[in-house]
Design a protein around this ligand. Sequence first.
Ligand code: URA
Length: 251
Amino acid sequence: MNETFKDIQEYFNWYKTVYGDSLRFDGDLSLPERTIASEKVNPVKIAQPEPVAEPVKKLRFDENLIHQNNLQLKKFYHEINNCEKCALGKTRQNFVFGMGNPTADLMFIGEAPGQEEDLKGLPFVGRAGQLLDKMLFAMKLKRDEVYIANILKCRPPNNRDPLPDEVSKCEPYLKKQIEMIGPKVIVALGRISAQVLLKKSDPLSALRRDTHYYEKIPFIVTYHPAALLRNPRWKSNAWDDLQKLKSFFSF
Ligand code: URA
C-alpha cells in the first residue's frame, strides 16, 4: 500500500471515530486565504456602467463684443440668433453673429465658424483668428476697431464647405449686417467668401487681382488666414493685397 493510500485510510478511520458513519462538514466553503498563486481564481469583473458623455457646455460670451451695445445691431442679433432655417441650426453649439465695432470702416468676412468659433460664439478666435489679429496689428488696428463676420453664422460639421442652401438662407443676414455697419471697404478672407458675395466662380488668384464692389462698397479679396497658416510663403502676397486698403485708410 503506498503512503498516500495509507494516509487516506487513516484519515477516514479518524473521521469515522469522530463523526460516526455520517459525513458532515462544519467548515466555511470559501477559499482559504492561503490559496497559492497557481490556485488563485481570477477576480470576477463586475460590469461597470458606460460613462455617460458630459454634454458639451455652451460657453457664454460677452454679448457686448458682438454689437458694442449698438441698439440696431443688438436688436438684429436677438431677432436671428435662434435661427433654424437650415440644418446647421440643429448641430451648432453657438450662433456666431460677428464681432467688433458696429460702425467700423473696415469689415472682414470669412467663410463660416470653425470648431473654436462654434464653442465660443465669436468669429476667428482659433489659430486662423490669431493670425488675423497679427494682420490687423500690422495695419495698426485691433479687432474691436473693425467688424469681423462670416458668410455662415453656424459651423458646418467637420468644417466642410458651405452648401448652396445654407448660403442662400444665411447670406441675407450678412447683407443686412453690412447695411447696418456701413463699412467703407470690405475684405473677403478666402475664395468662398469672395465667390459668394461677388457671385463669381473665378479662382482666388483672379479675384485677388482686382478691386471689386459689393453694393457699391469697395471690396478687396485676400487669402483666408487658415490658408496662410498652411502656406506661409503666401504671406507677402497677402500683405500686398492689404496695401490696396491704403487708398481708403492710412496705416
Ligand atoms: N474660418 C472662418 O472662415 N471663419 C471663422 O470665424 C473661423 C475660421
